[in-house]
Design a protein around this ligand. Structure first.
Ligand SMILES: Nc1nc2c(ncn2[C@@H]2O[C@H](COP(=O)(O)OP(=O)(O)OP(=O)(O)O)[C@@H](O)[C@H]2O)c(=O)[nH]1
Length: 523
């Protein structure tokens, strides 16, 4: 797999992983937390509403109790008088206290006095019948029973009732002297219609939006009971929560519905999802750019470099300054390796053009040098000279001494030739066996003759003992040609032709006595 493909794969897997991670965090951590918060807030609203209902009811209960323990009322129940009614049971006072109906009964459940607000005149008789237990549904009574009265059990009872299709909060308290000394005189019942005014009052207390729906006439399937006043725990988030309140005869009466402020847990919509994915993509792309810039690019660079060098033998160093230390180290190691590789390559190249025994240029190196000389000659830039140098009677030398001594003599002669030619623009090469070749960038017969004589002399002066043909020392014969710069149809001739003529001169030198120089002009 290529690095580019790998980085693409990495990018896509990163994108998918981060997206999955974000979704997992959203669904498993964020959403449940928010959900719990919303449930909690809805629970608060429910508790506030319940408290507001109680607070509103408490006013009526307290008022009813205040009247019930008022000694003057005890006397009034025993002996009703218009004067007491005119002075104390004022409709305005009940109106201000938001009381819609008041019934004062004697201990034997005889009605003594009643007050009915104009708003409930239609349901007034039903309400009274309900209180006294005379309605169709109400066989029981809200008044204290005769048994309770005779047992002198003081009581208060209150609750919500649907009466004539309207919801009332009704409270009943036994009337008895304030000191508690004396018999129960009767009971006072106060009723308040749960109307818009009261709903506004409860809403004002609780700041919670709610509705009360009358269910007494509903023909719909009965709803499961869930008591608004005693239930305490909300479990799930809903736009609204409803409670069915049944009356004391277990008929469904009203439904109280709280309309919650926060209606649902936040959900990811399409725009948010796109935005989220965009942000994730940007983050991941930025990370990938960093990764690519600081990690993948250097690796691609290395790879290209290695590919280039293997294609065309060109070795280039890679930049050694990187953001990541490890990449820096790899670069430095790579560059070091490159240097060692180049050194090795040079060494190997040298070996291919170097004679193993004498360590001077071999025939291959000679040919490369000769190519340059020939090219320059073909282009009439310069002439040159070639000398073939052959050790005299070397077979005999080997035979007299041994092969190793022959090797040493060869090395000494090579060194001597190199030293002698050191100050010339020339190449000394071992041509093969005991034969050497010298190419000099000079085409003047006089100077070449001088150079050749110097070479011959230098070898003889080595004084390598070799007593043959009347000489005491090892000698060389030199045959050579001078190739002038300007030569007609030079381009038709190759180095091989020059070499052949030099060889011919060497042959002459050998034949005519050895230890001598024979030169000629190339023709
Ligand atoms: N020791 C040694 N001898 C070599 C090497 N290369 C060639 N020779 C010997 O050089 C000798 C050359 O002998 P010939 O070609 O007969 O010529 P020569 O004896 O020098 O006689 P002339 O050239 O006519 O003077 C042979 O005996 C080769 O074995 C080498 O690398 N080391």
């Amino acid at each position: 797999m290529t690095l580019k493909r790998f980085s693409l794969l990495l990018l896509s897997s990163l994108l998918i992983s981060v997206a999955c991670l974000v979704m997992a965090i959203y669904y498993f951590f964020y959403l449940p937390g928010i959900n719990a918060e919303v449930v909690d807030q809805q629970q608060q609203e429910y508790i506030l509403l319940k408290a507001a209902f109680s607070a509103s009811a408490k006013n009526l209960t307290t008022l009813s109790f205040d009247y019930a323990v008022w000694d003057s009322l005890v006397e009034f129940v025993a002996q009703p008088s218009d004067e007491f009614i005119e002075n104390n049971l004022l409709p305005n006072a009940f109106e201000v206290a938001n009381v819609d109906a008041v019934f004062i009964h004697k201990a034997d459940q005889q009605l003594v006095w009643q007050y009915l607000d104009s708003s409930i005149t239609e349901s007034a008789s039903v309400l009274r019948g309900f209180v006294e237990g005379k309605t169709k549904t109400n066989t029981d009574t809200l008044l204290p029973s005769l048994a309770e009265i005779s047992a002198q059990i003081a009581s208060t009872r209150h609750g919500y009732y649907v009466i004539a299709g309207q919801l009332f909060y009704v409270t009943n308290t036994t009337i008895l002297p304030s000191e508690g000394k004396g018999e129960i005189a009767g009971s006072i019942t106060m009723a308040r219609l749960v109307d818009k005014e009261m709903i506004d009052e409860i809403t004002g207390y609780s700041m919670v939006k709610f509705a009360i729906d009358n269910m007494s006439n509903s023909t719909a399937d009965p709803l499961p009971s869930n008591d608004f006043f005693s239930q305490d725990q909300l479990k799930v988030v809903n736009a609204s929560h409803s409670w069915l309140i049944r009356n004391k005869f277990d008929d469904q009466a009203v439904v109280i519905t709280v309309h919650h402020r926060k209606t649902s847990s936040p959900k990811l919509d399409a725009v948010s999802v796109v935005l989220l994915l965009l942000i994730i993509t940007m983050i991941v792309t930025f990370s990938m750019m960093m990764l690519s810039r600081f990690l993948i690019s250097p690796l691609i660079h290395f790879n290209n470099n290695i590919n280039d060098s293997s294609n065309d033998n060109l070795m280039t160093k890679v930049p050694s300054q990187h953001f990541i230390d490890e990449i820096d180290n790899v670069s430095n190691s790579f560059n070091q390796l490159l240097i060692r590789f180049a050194e090795q390559q040079n060494y190997l190249e040298t070996l291919t053009v170097q004679d193993a025994l004498t360590e001077i240029t071999n025939r291959r190196g000679l040919e490369a040098f000769a190519d340059n000389a020939i090219t320059a000659w073909h282009q009439q830039e310069s002439g040159f000279s070639v000398m073939m140098i052959d050790i005299d009677h070397f077979k005999l030398y080997n035979d007299r001494h041994d092969h190793l001594a022959g090797d040493k003599a060869l090395v000494d002669v090579a060194c001597c030739l190199m030293e002698t030619m050191a100050c010339y623009n020339a190449l000394v090469a071992r041509y093969g066996g005991e034969e050497f070749c010298v190419i000099v960038q000079d085409d003047k017969m006089e100077s070449i003759t001088h150079v050749a004589e110097r070479l011959r002399n230098a070898v003889e002066s080595l004084h390598i003992k070799h007593d043959v043909d009347g000489t005491l020392w090892l000698t060389v014969s030199i045959g050579g040609v001078v190739v002038p710069k300007l030569f007609e149809h030079a381009e038709q001739y190759l180095f091989h032709d020059v070499l052949k003529q030099a060889d011919k001169q060497l042959y002459i030198a050998k034949k005519t006595g050895r230890n001598k120089v024979v030169l000629n002009v190339f023709k």
